[in-house]
Design a protein around this ligand. Structure first.
Ligand code: AMP
Length: 401
């Protein structure tokens, strides 16, 4: 199920003096107590601004990381509250325990231009259990539920699923609306030629999306560690490269199915190799597709880059998910950044899946030249695979409710 059928948007409601539970994805990467990448926080601002201008009383909520308990203070949203307060030029009160009494009191005394932010909802054990009890505790305080946490919408957690289930007035925010609009362009009558560029560590993570895209795309470009499983399955030497041996048969079948449908499959024809990921003193490029014993592939090589570039030149639609190599290491980032450059120069629609691909696009310096970079890694893949996202499904109105 995809699309926004029977899901309401912000523009369909009046929010003046209404109390809104706004679920956001403020799950920003942190380093030493500081936010190291503000992308998700910035992506949340338009909906907050929209609701503020419409006169709503706003209570924001988000998770951050995977805390084991409320004692895990490194997962506090405190730095996020501070940053939001700077961007919104307003007071953002962090509410330690979203327990009834305090919430009620704060809501009554909330002044114009003040916001409430619930402390990390994963500090509450009921959150990840989709607890009905936790949802019932929260629901009575709100007139509206708004989900704008795209990156968490594939999880049936209490503030994503159990809570909106109880709410009559529920809708998506501007970020989810945008995410779905772009992702749907990859699914509904995409312009051709349409290429999917897949990379990253594992074939197994991408199997479902390959299956789904098989019917839609004109060709696949496969790089990153996942390419070695395909190359090994085809009988090439991959040395010590990362391979999923239990997926060799699947890889072979996939190659056959892609061929049978007259679609293209481009795999690396040369590689950057090293003896070990830790010691890069012996990095070198292979002359062909084979990787000598004792070496592992860590990036695509120059011939591969130019082949990929020629194929993608005329593309009208490109979906990119997964780096072409160990891009976190600058010496092994050339292939991934070259892909980012190819996309930047393409006139077509170019959509980047979230997670590592978003980080890679950002690190390449070409992020602003992509049509859309999803804020949700897992969520965007599940959506493209055709999986129902619990956080979206629960918002659909059925028979008027
Ligand atoms: P994924 O989350 O599946 O998109 O995988 C991303 C990770 O794959 C990144 O951390 C990369 O460093 C890693 N990766 C990409 N290419 C390789 C490779 N050739 N060998 C080992 N790891 C790789």
């Amino acid at each position: 199920m995809h699309g926004l059928k029977n899901i309401k948007t912000l523009k369909e409601f009046e929010f003046q003096d209404k109390t809104v539970f706004l679920r956001l994805d403020l799950n920003v990467p942190m380093e030493n107590g500081q936010i190291s990448d503000e992308t998700r926080l910035l992506a949340a601002l338009p909906t907050i601004e929209f609701l503020r201008q419409k006169g709503a009383k706003i209570v924001m909520a988000s998770h951050l990381g995977r805390p084991k308990s409320a004692e895990d203070k490194e997962f506090s949203l405190e730095p996020v509250a501070q940053k939001l307060s700077e961007y919104l030029k307003a007071e953002v009160l962090l509410l330690d325990e979203p327990e009834g009494h305090t919430l009620k009191h704060l809501l009554m005394t909330l002044r114009k231009n003040q916001f409430l932010l619930l402390e990390n909802v994963r500090f509450i054990p009921g959150e990840t259990k989709d607890s009905q009890e936790f949802a019932e505790e929260l629901a009575p305080y709100f007139d509206f539920y708004v989900n704008d946490a795209f990156g968490a919408s594939h999880r049936a957690h209490a503030t994503i699923h159990a809570l909106p289930k109880l709410m009559k007035n529920r809708c998506i925010g501007l970020l989810i609306e945008k995410e779905i609009k772009f992702l749907d362009q990859l699914l509904d009558n995409p312009k051709r030629p349409y290429w999917a560029i897949l990379g990253g560590a594992k074939v197994s993570d991408k199997i479902a999306v390959i299956e789904k895209l098989l019917d839609l795309v004109d060709g696949f470009v496969i790089g990153g560690a996942m390419a070695y499983t395909f190359l090994k399955a085809m009988g090439h030497n991959v040395g010590n490269s990362l391979v999923e041996n239990d997926k060799l048969r699947y890889a072979n079948e996939m190659v056959e199915r892609i061929k049978a449908r007259n679609k293209s499959l481009l795999l690396p024809v040369d590689h950057l190799i090293t003896k070990s990921l830790k010691d890069t003193s012996n990095l070198k490029t292979t002359s062909d597709v084979n990787i000598p014993e004792g070496y592992l592939g860590v990036d695509i090589g120059p011939k591969t880059i130019s082949q990929f570039q020629s194929a993608l030149l005329s593309a009208e639609t490109i979906f990119w998910n997964g780096p072409m190599g160990v891009f976190e290491n600058p010496e092994m980032s050339k292939g991934t950044f070259a892909i980012a450059k190819i996309l930047a120069e393409s006139k077509g629609l170019k959509i980047v899946g979230g997670g590592d691909s978003a980080a890679a696009a950002e690190a390449s310096g070409y992020a602003d030249q992509m049509t859309h970079i999803s804020t949700g890694g897992g969520a965007s893949l599940e959506y493209l695979q055709g999986e129902p996202l619990p956080g979206l499904e629960v918002l659909r109105y059925k028979h008027g409710r």
